[in-house]
Design a protein around this ligand. Sequence first.
Ligand code: GH3
Ligand code: MG
Ligand code: MG
Ligand code: MG
Ligand code: MG
Length: 312
Amino acid sequence: LGWPLVVRELLDALTLPMTPDRRNPLRVLLVEDMSSLAGLYAAVLNRHGMVTEEITRPSQTLEAIERFRPDLILMDLYMPECDGQALARIIRQQRLMDGIPIIFLTMEKRPHMQLDALALGVDGYLTKPVSSEELVVTVSTRASRYRQLRSYISTDSLTGLLNHSHLFARLEYEFARAQRERRPLSMVMLDLDHFKRVNDSYGHQAGDEVLVSLSRFLRERLRRSDLIGRYGGEEFAIVLPGMGLEQATRLLDDLREAFARLEQVSPRGRFRQTFSAGVCSSDGVWDVVALVQRADSMLYQAKAAGRNGVAS
Ligand code: GH3
Ligand code: MG
Ligand code: MG
Ligand code: MG
Ligand code: MG
């Protein structure tokens, strides 16, 4: 009697994680061999503003994780191909989804089975039949907490771009996918020209603002599927899946020209900032290390050719 009431109060209290972000809803991957059941859970979660993807076969899980990028995985414990515990162990080995919450949904009530699951690093256990309220509260709070933590550890705090290590993890995935699907992929290393002078003449704060303005500029002009990272200092890396060398070079040259025209405003005066970029494609490249090296050497050429240019 009391439980649904308490939950309803909880729902009201937890306004922060419960507020559905319409532009960026929480994403839940459902792994459940009974599709009718999965559909039911999905309907409940969808009604509360979450986006779901249902898979009925455990073997589809890793592919679905990479493609769908869930904030939480809701998983049946007993499935024909592979049990939930084994699957959870495999998911825990994926670097890209480090620490993603996994919640088991099952009829299993034996405590030792539940303990085994928790020992695996699984985040929780919901016992069927589960109420909608319990499902929604458990899933949304954990999913939003994970999303928040993930954004802290994967983004650069000044620019909001991907940080070095996360960019590499994502690049590895995009590179492997491009090879597998025989699709082109281009990689860009970009470095601000004579940036030291900006700090010297206009102050470190003005320098920071240039970094933020370039980041915004790139985000506005690139596709959602492109990766933009702060490689370090005043150096950025861009990954353009599906784009060949020629198109990528042209794109970067357009961006270079447009950015150079922008006026940077600082308390100590106005100025313009240029960048140089090295572009390469994944054609004939064996791994991401070689890809980055190639882009780097192209960047070096662009600098040597006088800066404010693109080399490929
Ligand atoms: P080049 O055209 O050869 O790249 O010249 P540069 O001056 O840009 O290159 P250099 O490597 O000599 O200096 C990079 C400068 O970038 C030095 C450093 O103070 C500045 N920088 C790196 N990270 C930041 C940052 O986060 N904020 C600010 N304001 N400056 C930064
Ligand atoms: Mg089952
Ligand atoms: Mg520089
Ligand atoms: Mg330099
Ligand atoms: Mg540099």
